[in-house]
Ligand binder design. Structure first.
Ligand code: ATP
Length: 538
């Protein structure tokens, strides 16, 4: 079996499978595509819907303390002034004046190439360090030997940023025929480059220094105009997050429902960010979908315990949709890098083929958002505490996750290529998507053994029609049964049901149930099939 770690071409294989089988297409492909935008094909639309549905059922329907919301995508522009997005929703942008490429300064790394003037030699089993001919100790070398900066190297963020910079440093040393010992590179973010260093750092596009601009703040919100006039007064924004909908409707929800603190408002919907460098397929796109929940708590509540509870809930949920614990980890944002209103943010990270990256952010946002909206709108954003007879502005714990990032994680974790034997014993390759039955786009494929034998097709059609009332199922009578199994393996269908001669000739009305992962087969009745689905698809 090949997995992310073993298959360096996993992303390529996934992108190809996604296109071939109708999970994901580039948007507007016949016009050459549009960078950062994607379409979800027939199987993709199902998988995405299942991710949303599972989250909604578990987050909203199956809890007593959370209600749903669907707010508009374009909101009053003042919402984004109050939230801080107009002033501060920026990424540091760097231009390469020669190639016209743009980079995010926090995803561009560089290092000074430092060469110790001393030399290190091996004498028999000994390593000897010398500065200008005299032998010195290693600590002396590190502390005293003169260091010369012979140039700079740069690389984009990746799993191998450090190695890449080191390799480039070695290449530069060779190119310049510099004498001495190359120091291990100290990786720095482009945001930390001094004005003197910027002209010396090579552009990743050209490999030459002198063309990169200093970073400047670039607001990522997409602007549009509302109404017939196109001037400053009609400017509005496509929302960059769904969260503000929950804050702006906080009052409406408490006034129209019976919620009491602590309670949450959840929303699933599209968000838009004019990302400088959309990349890694659907991981970072410009139009994406978020599933966010704002959990409002009393200002005196134990926010840390609540944050921990949500952190656990989110990890458990990811495992419940089939993501292996081995691919998940936590990243605690260092205190000094937290937004000023955040008390704590922990990201659940996923091991994607292109590196360990943020999947789900769980932030303790204090009462910042409600306070801001109270200030900017003049409308009190308070909840009346019956116990103390006081009005309080609640604090918030926010788990925010991207549907597309879960989608990609699920594909990465589920994809496998295996050598299997066909009916004649020949070894062939099978591609399989091990999707959890909860998420699989097709739950069951109904396959009549032969397509021109009416007794078989009638029974198969009847079963198919019955299943179709409750589940997404497929009827497939095209080609050899082995081929049909392979087709379903690639689509991630957990079970195939074959209607064969035993079904129609033997008592019991049983079918062959073939399991996608083990490829084992057993006989099963219709009632047992429905019971299996009831238990596994929830
Ligand atoms: P990143 O640091 O990766 O840009 P972020 O910290 O800005 O993400 P949040 O603002 O916390 O992200 O958004 C919550 C979630 O929305 C993220 O954890 C991620 O799953 C998803 N998300 C954010 N930006 C994108 C994007 N451009 N494409 C797809 N999903 C995204």
């Amino acid at each position: 079996m090949s997995t992310a770690a073993e298959n360096p071409n996993l992303m390529e294989a996934l992108v190809s499978l996604a296109k071939r089988r109708g999970f994901i297409y580039p948007s507007s492909e016949i016009y050459g595509g549009l960078n950062g935008f994607f379409d979800y094909g027939p199987l993709g639309a199902e998988l995405k819907r299942n991710i949303r549905d599972c989250w909604w059922r578990d987050m909203v329907h199956r809890r007593d303390d959370i209600v749903g919301l669907e707010s508009s995508i374009i909101m009053h522009p003042k919402v984004w002034e109050a939230s801080g997005h107009v002033a501060g929703f920026t990424d540091p942008l760097v231009d390469c004046k020669v190639s016209k490429q743009r980079y995010r300064a926090d995803q561009l790394f560089f290092a000074a190439v430092e060469v110790f003037k001393g030399i290190t030699e091996t004498e028999g089993a000994r390593t000897v360090h010398r500065v200008e001919g005299s032998s010195v100790t290693e600590p002396y070398m590190a502390a005293h030997a003169d260091v010369e900066i012979i140039g700079y190297v740069s690389a984009l963020e990746s799993e191998r940023t450090k190695e890449e910079l080191q390799e480039k440093a070695e290449a530069l040393k060779r190119k310049k025929s510099a004498k001495g010992i190359l120091h291990a590179v100290k990786v720095r973010e482009f945001t930390e480059a001094t004005p003197e260093e910027i002209p010396l750092i090579p552009s990743p596009a050209t490999g030459e220094p002198g063309s990169l601009t200093p970073p400047r703040a670039f607001n990522m919100m997409f602007e549009t105009n509302v109404g017939a006039l196109k001037d400053a007064s009609s400017v509005a924004y496509l929302r960059p997050e769904t969260a503000q909908g929950m804050f702006v409707d906080f009052k409406n929800v408490i006034d129209t429902t019976r919620v009491k603190l602590p309670f949450g408002i959840a929303q699933i919907g599209k968000s838009f960010r004019n990302e400088i460098t959309p990349r890694n397929f659907i991981f970072r796109s410009r139009e994406f979908e978020q599933m966010e929940m704002e959990y409002f708590i009393h200002p005196d509540a134990d926010w840390l315990a609540c944050h921990e509870e949500w952190l656990k809930w989110c990890q458990d949920w990811l495992r419940s949709i089939g993501l292996p614990a081995s691919h998940l980890s936590l990243y605690e944002h260092p205190k000094e890098k937290l937004a000023f209103y955040s008390r704590r943010t922990v990201d659940i990270m996923f091991r994607y083929p292109f590196g360990v990256q943020e999947l789900w952010g769980i932030a303790a946002r204090s009462d910042y958002d409600l306070q801001q909206h109270q200030k900017h709108s003049g409308v009190p954003q308070t909840w009346f505490d019956e116990a103390t007879k006081q009005k309080v502005v609640p604090h918030v714990i926010e788990p925010a996750v991207g549907v597309d990032r879960i989608f990609l994680a699920v594909l990465c974790a589920g994809y496998a290529e295996e050598d299997v034997k066909d009916e004649k014993g020949n070894v062939e390759k099978r591609t399989v998507l091990r999707l959890s039955p909860r998420l699989a786009p097709v739950k069951v494929a109904v396959l009549p053994l032969l397509k021109n034998k009416e007794a078989l097709t009638n029974r198969a059609r009847a079963l198919y029609k019955k299943l179709q009332q409750r589940y997404a199922v497929q009827y497939d009578d095209g080609g050899a049964i082995g081929k049909r199994y392979r087709r379903q393996d690639e689509a991630g269908t957990p079970w195939c049901v074959t209607i064969d001669f035993d079904t129609i000739e033997k008592p019991g009305d049983t079918f062959t149930l073939r399991d996608r992962d083990s490829m084992s087969q057993k006989r099963i009745t219709e009632a047992e099939l429905f019971a299996l689905l009831e238990q596994q698809v929830y």
